[in-house]
Ligand binder design. Structure first.
Ligand code: BDP
Length: 720
């Protein structure tokens, strides 16, 4: 009896250590550092790490050393004694900034260091003498990035033999944009309230701020815009600037600069001036003084992000000035301190009857070449608004004289918010890999934003954050992967979606191939699945009004035409879709002829974008021979079916991970299935009133009537 109890306990312990069944709440993100359970790999690592030498004492290097220590201890179960002395020639790990550690510098080739640039790093094994692994860089922050990469190698159980890694970011500005309000609500946030507790700042420093910085540094993010683009001038008042300074001080060791959104009318609202006209001398002086005040507190303040003359926000056009006038005024104010202005191109105006798709291009292309050197124009990935699928924004490739910054949305405003598992790297990659043809074949969006096509020095990528004060930061456990992917792609856009997901899964869950294989597949297919059950074949902007939750393609009573879904799908008795060819709005003319030609003809147009660019008759024959109506039905049903499959895949991996996260994702997938069938049924029933055709044989009937779906209301849906 006694023996069998003992066997049972040993068995339990074994199961727990081999499958990592420790309770997990997701707070640790991809920085969990669980004990490596294979003894042999663990001892190999311990031997290779030998004695760890880590030179340097700056706050950044201290952060790097602490991360390394806790990572190594977690992964190997051993507390390493780290020595400061980088000159010892014993085997092991040697870490230091080569620009001020001679002993480290001597061990690495100058050519490799040159390739690292100011923020990159190298991890390399020495060729002669005792085997030593060197992590080095030209800067402290490079060392920190290198340490995170090294830990990633161990977290993903890579071999540490003969390492040769040189890594440098392709983009200088790798930012998160928080749409966080001062009252802690988050616009389009689905993971609780803002993590910035403005009320208790600056005196109270939440551990979360530090963990936020660690997580960002681990993926190379080096800037954060703390406040909503729909800005509040109060953030620029002295009391709030002290709070901002407190955050900047926490983030600095992790290489993260803070930026703020500037409300264009701040000189009136908080400065007491009569105007915010960018050409008015007093206004210009007000901004200069404000910049001086900010930089006195935060010498490395990044600069301002500005949403102007869009969706009711104030801007230079209120004074009959241009976006360039507005941007340049601010640029002048921050230039003495090396600050930059990120001016958003997401503009459209109610008074303008032109296809919303065209308005940003119309406003901004004439201004190409008119912006000061420290201005970047930040362009959303598509011309409408972060839809599940959009063709790339025509501004990419149309403003060669202006550095354009990419704006992706990590928070899933239109992609299932926090209840749908949608891995966004394939969406990001699809845009980055699109060819604008602006400088001939191969002028991809990625190259446009890198600036390599047009010789720009400033470059960057931003993601609208999906972070809140939920225990696991992002709401859906898999939404963490989208934060991760944004950082990794901002660092290196040549990484594949698969690669990034594979890393993320290994670090966030387990290295067990029985988990990785199905879940990788599930993640990679998830975006296409969502496109199918929400917005197939190029449909867009047919979600619920205001909160953007759920389907509402029937809405036609909004004040502004382009706020109504009917504006975008244009379903009628003949067909469905937005004609953006020369017979329609001709938005297509904004693309380079070569790019345009792939979409121009209804028969050649990639069906992914068919209804984006064409009004297509219900009986149009698709490439697979089905009619458009039948194909629409197939797509919607296929999407919902695919979610059912995701549920099965998830159920199968139950024994391989912790119960907490298993259960969370299981429940969320059930919600996702309900939402997918809701989208399917509501959209098809509504479109059927135009097509007047039956659902193809064999499809289960919608559970409710169209009227039922139309009456659903969600006044308290989050993020609105
Ligand atoms: C839309 C959002 C809105 C934002 C706006 C923007 O619905 O909340 O303020 O974009 O990016 O997607 O400015």
């Amino acid at each position: 009896m006694k023996r069998s109890w003992l066997t049972y306990i040993i068995f339990l312990l074994l199961v727990m250590t081999t499958t990592g069944l420790k309770a997990e709440n997701g707070y640790d993100l991809w920085l969990r550092y669980p004990l490596i359970n294979e003894n042999s790999l663990r001892s190999t690592y311990i031997r290779q790490l030998g004695s760890v030498k880590f030179a340097g004492q700056s706050p950044t290097l201290i952060a790097a050393r602490e991360e390394l220590l806790s990572g190594l201890e977690g992964l190997t179960g051993r507390r390493f004694a780290i020595t400061n002395n980088s000159t010892r020639v014993s085997p092991g790990l040697i870490i230091g900034n080569a620009s001020n550690e001679q002993a480290v510098k001597q061990l690495v080739s100058p050519e490799l260091l040159r390739q690292c640039g100011p923020e990159g790093y190298l991890i390399t094994t020495t060729k002669t003498g005792p085997v030593r692994i060197i992590i080095s860089a030209n800067s402290d922050i490079g060392v920190l990035y290198g340490v995170f990469h090294f830990l990633r190698l161990m977290q993903t159980k890579q071999s540490l033999n003969n390492i040769h890694i040189v890594s440098a970011p392709r983009l200088q500005l790798r930012l998160l944009n928080h749409w966080d309000n001062l009252n802690r609500t988050v616009e389009r946030g689905y993971a609780g309230f803002s993590i910035w507790n403005w009320h208790t700042l600056p005196s109270y420093i939440d551990q979360r701020y530090i963990d936020y910085a660690r997580a960002n540094a681990s993926i190379g993010i080096n800037g954060t815009v703390l406040t909503n683009v729909n800005a509040n001038a109060m953030i620029l008042t002295p009391a709030y600037l002290l709070k901002v300074k407190a955050l900047a001080d926490v983030f600095r060791p992790y290489g993260i600069k803070v930026y703020l959104t500037a409300r264009f009318s701040a000189p009136i609202e908080s400065g007491g001036l009569k105007t915010a006209d960018p050409l008015n001398e007093e206004v210009r002086q007000w901004w200069k003084n404000k910049a001086k005040e900010i930089y006195a507190l935060i010498p490395d303040f990044g600069g301002f992000l500005v949403k102007a003359n869009s969706e009711g926000q104030p801007g230079p056009q209120d004074y009959k000035r241009t976006h360039a006038d507005g941007a340049n005024m601010l640029a002048e104010a921050v230039a003495p301190f090396n600050g930059i202005i990120i001016w958003r191109a997401f503009v459209y105006a109610a008074e303008n009857p032109v296809d919303r798709h065209k308005q940003a291009y119309d406003d901004f292309v004439p201004l190409d070449g008119k912006f000061n050197a420290n201005v970047m124009v930040q362009v959303k990935n598509g011309a409408i608004d972060f839809m599940p699928r959009e063709p790339y924004h025509p501004l990419f490739g149309a403003m060669p004289k202006t550095p354009l910054m990419m704006e992706f949305q990590v928070t899933q405003e239109y992609l299932g918010q926090s209840t749908n598992l949608v891995y966004l790297a394939p969406l990001f990659k699809e845009v980055l890999d699109s060819d604008t043809w602006s400088n001939g074949k191969g002028s991809t969006v990625a190259k446009v934003i890198e600036g390599s096509l047009n010789g720009h020095i400033l470059n960057g990528m931003a993601g609208v954050a999906n972070i809140g004060n939920d225990l696991n930061w992002c709401g859906h456990p898999f939404a963490q992967a989208n934060w991760y992917a944004l950082g990794r792609l901002a660092w290196d856009n040549s990484l594949s979606s698969e690669n990034i997901a594979d890393e993320w899964i290994r670090m966030s869950y387990t290295n067990d191939p029985r988990f990785i294989q199905p879940i990788l597949k599930m993640m990679l297919g998830s975006r296409e699945t969502m496109v199918n059950y929400m917005n197939p074949l190029g449909l867009h902007h047919i979600m619920g009004t205001g909160h953007h939750y759920g389907p509402a393609p029937w809405v036609n009573d909004q004040r502004r035409p382009e706020w109504n879904p009917v504006y975008y799908h244009k379903a009628d008795s003949i067909g469905i879709g937005f004609d953006r060819t020369s017979t329609g709005s001709n938005a297509l003319a904004q693309y380079h002829p070569e790019a345009r030609s792939q979409w121009e003809s209804i028969d050649r147009c990639d069906e992914k974008y068919l209804l984006w660019f064409h009004h297509v008759s219900w009986n149009h024959q698709m490439k697979n021979g089905r009619t458009l109506w039948n194909e629409l039905c197939y797509r919607y049903y296929e999407g919902a079916e695919a979610v059912k499959k995701m549920q099965r895949q998830w159920d199968d991996i139950r024994p391989l991970i912790d119960k907490e996260r298993f259960e969370q994702v299981r429940q969320l997938l059930a919600i996702q299935y309900n939402e997918a069938t809701w989208w399917r049924d509501a959209c098809l029933l509504y479109f059927q009133t135009f097509s007047r055709q039956p659902f193809p044989d064999g499809f289960e009937k919608p559970a409710q009537t169209l009227d039922y779906y139309k009456k659903l209301r969600f006044p308290y849906a989050p993020g609105n």
